[in-house]
Design a protein around this ligand. Sequence first.
Ligand code: FES
Length: 127
Amino acid sequence: MPKIKSLEELKRIREEAQKDLRVRTETGTRIIIGMGTCGIAAGARDVMHAILKELERRDIEAHVETVGCIGMCAKEPLVDIEQAGKPRVTYANVTPDMVPRLIEEHLVHGHVVQEWALGRLDSKGIQ
Ligand code: FES
């Protein structure tokens, strides 16, 4: 983690954290990217950059976070999308060129991209 060099920088970081928390609690939209060794080796960093770019381009607020490996290396990069009141859906082998369609169909229109979905987690468990 880089050193904080000024009070202004600390304030900016605080404001960004508060905004992120607000987005997470108010929109209930989370995008979770597997960023373990296997995820990174499979290109998860590029996928994350593509997701951040697409969200910014469309002016969509979502809480983007990274997690470690969940033991499914062959399916990396894994991306989970969770929206308030809807099941958490895991997408497998995500590449940057898949991101615009994923954001468009899942986040904008609320349709799971079935052919890329690995599974979903809701109140009944994993399906
Ligand atoms: S990094 Fe060890 S299983 Fe993915």
